[in-house]
Ligand binder design. Structure first.
Ligand SMILES: Cc1ncc(COP(=O)(O)O)c(C=O)c1O
Length: 482
């Protein structure tokens, strides 16, 4: 569609101004609108696309938030020099092809920096409390405790709180899954879901295939369960290498595969539906279970919610794991898993480890998911994360050495950076901490301590002068390593 044709019918489930913004963003990505081009005036687009003036204004404001356009006084809106074009992407990874034991004590040290209120938290992937609906959740929790004065204090047994399982099953339909509430087990967060899934599918000494770089919490779980990791080469946009996965399967080297399916951490990868299906089919062919961590699936920036790999599971081999930690409340520790054919084992393990998850937080999350406020909240949250990520990428472009490469995720809230090859991210982490800035050094995302010159930055915090200054400081510290 060009700028001169009327805008197509309003698709349900998304605001019209967001659709208009998405369309203009596509025109920029396709090169129809180029850096420096003037956008049609508000009145002109209102006439050409037959949409209201306020819709055009909202759409232009959204594109400004996304860092794609800028208003010039008395002149109109122009396409900005976008970080998407200005900064190169990291290369696909090429980790050593050998299963290895994991020792990731450094990851725990990095995460502990979230305790220090003086530190600017660009290290741990934490959402800002300002962006979460804390008042609404606190009110709901009060109501729930009044209405369930005894229930909230009783023992429960796996699979856990029925109203939550019902809401999770309903929302999983958006991810392409038809799962009944009985097929879901509630947990203390995604981390526990992944831990239970690993424990249900492997024995100590087994090898688990993982993306590289990967979420360091997964490495910690592998370590504590005495599992080895086989790192697979991973493309920042397309995800893990299918041929390396197949080669490992042929050699019967792996007991399970563990992936973050949508907007992975740290790369921000979101595989296409066909690739997701291929991975599930390949693993099914070799009867190898897939542990799918989908914690960021609701945080897409454009279009609709990406599918879960679970939606392609016909053999019950996908153990789906997620939580409300990135969208509603990390502290409530409310998560879930749909463990397929491993359900009985997962329920037993959950019971042995900590019996059940506290009832009041589960009921609170269930009430929030059911009362209709969740979608509105998600729209605001996604918009905030997208604009924060654009600001962060712009700051990387402005303050970091020009050889720096950065990912271009379409969701989630982390960026992965490849700094110039002489840089040492661990040293940068130590010196940045002295300036009260935390970053996540690349070494913690790999059992082979690869990614020495890489780091992950959290974009979960609203942009501020303080963050801008922190980025300038990081740029200076990187330059001093030369
Ligand atoms: C990919 C991934 N999985 C799991 C977790 C932990 O989730 P939860 O807090 O729900 O246990 C995180 C947190 O950063 C994460 O990024």
């Amino acid at each position: 569609m060009q700028l001169t044709q009327p805008f197509p019918n309003h698709a349900p489930g998304q605001n019209l101004y967001e659709q208009v913004a998405d369309r203009i963003q596509s025109l920029i990505a396709e090169g129809t609108l180029q850096v420096g081009d003037r956008l049609p005036s508000v009145r002109k687009l209102h006439e050409q696309w037959s949409i209201s003036i306020s819709t055009v204004l909202e759409a232009y404001r959204l594109l400004e938030d996304r860092g794609l356009i800028a208003a010039r006084p008395q002149s109109g809106y122009y396409v900005k020099q976008s970080f998407l074009k200005a900064t190169n992407e990291p290369q696909p990874s090429a980790p050593p092809q050998k299963p290895r034991h994991v020792d990731n004590s450094l990851g725990f040290r990095v995460i502990c920096t979230i305790r220090d209120s003086q530190t600017i938290k660009l290290g741990a992937a934490v959402p800002s409390m300002e962006l979460l609906p804390l008042n609404a959740l606190n009110r709901l929790m009060g109501q729930i405790l009044r209405q369930n004065a005894t229930l909230a204090h009783a023992y429960d047994v796996p699979p856990g709180c029925e109203p939550l399982r019902h809401e999770v099953a309903r929302r999983l339909m958006d991810a392409g899954c038809s799962i009944s509430p009985d097929q879901i087990v509630t947990t203390n967060g995604t981390f526990e879901s992944v831990y239970l899934a690993l424990k249900a599918t492997t024995q100590p000494g087994d090898t688990v295939a993982i993306e590289s770089p990967t979420y360091y919490g997964l490495l910690e779980a592998l370590e504590i369960l005495h599992l080895k990791a086989l790192e697979l080469p991973t493309h920042p946009r397309d995800g893990l290498s299918l041929c390396h996965l197949e080669a490992a399967l042929q050699k019967k080297r792996i007991a399970a595969c563990a992936l973050v399916s949508n907007f992975s951490n740290p790369l921000g990868t979101c595989m296409s539906d066909s690739k997701k299906q291929q991975v599930v089919e390949l693993l099914t062919q070799y009867e190898v279970p897939l542990i799918e961590d989908d914690i960021y699936g609701d945080l897409y920036f454009e279009g609709s919610r990406p599918k879960a790999m679970k939606s392609f599971d016909r053999a019950g081999l996908v153990l789906y794991c997620s939580s409300s930690s990135k969208t509603l409340s990390p502290g409530f520790r409310v998560g879930w898993t749909a463990p397929g054919r491993y359900q009985a084992k997962v329920e037993q393990l959950k019971w042995i480890i900590n019996q059940t998850t506290a009832i009041a937080p589960q009921l609170t999350i269930a009430a929030f998911l059911s009362n209709g406020g969740y979608d509105r909240h998600l729209r605001q949250l996604r918009r905030a994360y997208q604009s924060q990520m654009a600001r962060m990428a712009q700051a990387i472009h402005d303050y970091f050495p020009p050889e720096t490469r950065v990912t271009r995720p379409n969701g989630g809230h982390v960026l992965w950076l490849e700094l110039p090859t002489h840089c040492n991210a661990l040293q940068l982490y130590e010196t940045a901490l002295q300036h009260h800035i935390s970053i996540a050094p690349g070494q913690i995302f790999s059992p082979s301590n690869s990614y020495e010159n890489c780091c992950r930055l959290n974009c979960g915090l609203p942009w501020s002068d303080e963050i801008d200054r922190a980025m300038q400081t990081l740029g200076r510290l990187i330059a001093q390593q030369a």
